[in-house]
Ligand binder design. Structure first.
Ligand SMILES: Nc1ncnc2c1ncn2[C@@H]1O[C@H](COP(=O)(O)OP(=O)(O)O)[C@@H](O)[C@H]1O
Ligand SMILES: [Mg+2]
Length: 371
């Protein structure tokens, strides 16, 4: 291991630690999440270990910071992603090392446990921690002391542990990927953060909250959510949960003209898994418009399926053809090119839908969009 490697997981600086401690109150409106909030309020002032479980983007880290803010007089909040450790660095990162403990370790360094002394150590994605480290972690939790690599004497640490997982730890225990004894040690107070689709009452208030924050950042006046857009958001299943909602409305606000978000501005499903930065960076405007359109169509199709509309296939095919035909001014060759199909197919379809005669075509051009 080289000393420079360890910068990958270097401690947050003092400024970051201060910023991290200023957590905005989370937004909870749905009865299910109000119950979660009540539970967080109950466990926070104690010093029990808390295990937060929930899908990615449900607000586990936010909940951990919330707990930290309300715990006993506290030191720093230190967040560690247990899935991001490289095998060779993990132990030194967690428990620290003495000078010359290994090649390249010129100076002694404290580990995450010492950094969090008097505060909260947030062990994120604990289910990803390798088994050999789980043993060492368990020992530290039991003995409340760490031994730096290369050191003889243990150092006492007073750290509140909040762990988070998006995998079912009980199943991981059964599959022998997670130690049962560590699981019991962590599973003192468990708070399950429900998926966003299980608390639909949060969707619109959260969307408005993110719109307001993003609008302030971008200096957009009169930003808001149209009733149709609110309905679209409420119907969607949010596989990426609150993080996805935050991304969707942030990007929509950037792409929208006037700040009032319409259903068509929302790119649902486009980045269930992406960070806000990458979602924005990967989005050339033309592609965004195309993606928006596909999302809108998809939503429309879902609505048709929901309401039990008859002969959807036939109607949608007719709509596609008549819309393209109208868009191309009744020119079959252009229509074929825009749709990426052969002229013969266009002709056959026009005939099938009774759009071929001059009068029929005129009627079709007139009723584009309502077929
Ligand atoms: N109840 C909430 N109120 C306000 N923002 C929230 C809420 N829940 C989640 N968020 C925001 O959603 C994003 C994802 O939350 P995070 O805590 O990182 O989720 P997880 O750790 O479960 O993946 C963050 O930007 C967070 O601030
Ligand atoms: Mg997280």
């Amino acid at each position: 291991m080289r000393e420079s490697d360890s910068r990958l997981l270097a401690f947050p600086g003092a400024a970051e630690l201060r910023a991290a401690s200023k957590v905005k109150p989370p937004l909870f409106s749905d009865p299910r999440s109000l119950a979660v909030l009540a539970l967080l309020d109950r466990v926070a002032p104690t010093d029990v270990t808390v295990l937060l479980s929930g899908e990615t983007g449900t607000g586990k880290e936010l909940a951990a910071r919330y707990i930290h803010e309300r715990s006993r007089p506290h030191g720093p909040f230190v967040a560690v992603n247990c899935g991001a450790f490289s095998e060779s660095l993990a132990e030194a990162e967690l428990f620290g090392h003495e000078a010359a403990a290994f090649t390249g370790a010129q100076h002694a360094r404290p580990g995450w446990f010492e950094a969090a002394d008097g505060g909260t150590l947030f062990l994120d994605e604990i289910g990803d921690m390798p088994l050999y480290l789980q043993v060492k972690l368990l020992r530290v939790l039991q003995e409340k002391q760490v031994v730096r690599i290369g050191a003889r004497r243990p150092i006492r640490v007073d750290v509140r542990i909040v762990a988070a997982t998006n995998v079912d730890l009980e199943a991981a225990v059964r599959a022998r990927q997670f130690r049962r004894d560590l699981y019991y040690r962590l599973n003192v107070a468990t708070v399950q953060l429900p998926a966003l689709r299980e608390r639909p009452g949060d969707i619109v208030p959260l969307a408005r909250h993110f719109i307001e924050m993003q609008a302030r950042r971008l200096g957009i006046e009169g930003a808001g959510l149209s009733p149709a857009a609110a309905q679209t958001l409420t119907r969607y299943s949010w596989p990426g949960n609150v993080r996805e909602l935050e991304n969707v409305v942030s990007v929509a606000l950037i792409m929208s003209r006037g700040g009032l978000l319409e259903a068509g501005d929302l790119r649902l499903g486009a980045f269930a898994d992406a960070s806000p930065q990458s979602a924005q960076a990967d989005c050339p405007p033309a592609d965004c418009v195309a993606d928006n359109a596909i999302t809108t169509i998809e939503q429309g199709l879902r609505d048709l399926l929901d309401v039990g509309e008859q002969a959807i296939y036939e109607r949608v095919e007719r709509l596609l053809l008549s819309t393209a035909f109208g868009h191309c001014g009744g020119n079959q060759v252009h229509t074929a090119r825009r749709l990426g199909i052969s002229r013969n197919v266009v002709r056959a379809q026009l005939k099938r839908f009774g759009l071929l005669g001059r009068e029929a075509a005129a009627a079709a051009l007139g009723d584009v969009g309502t077929a």
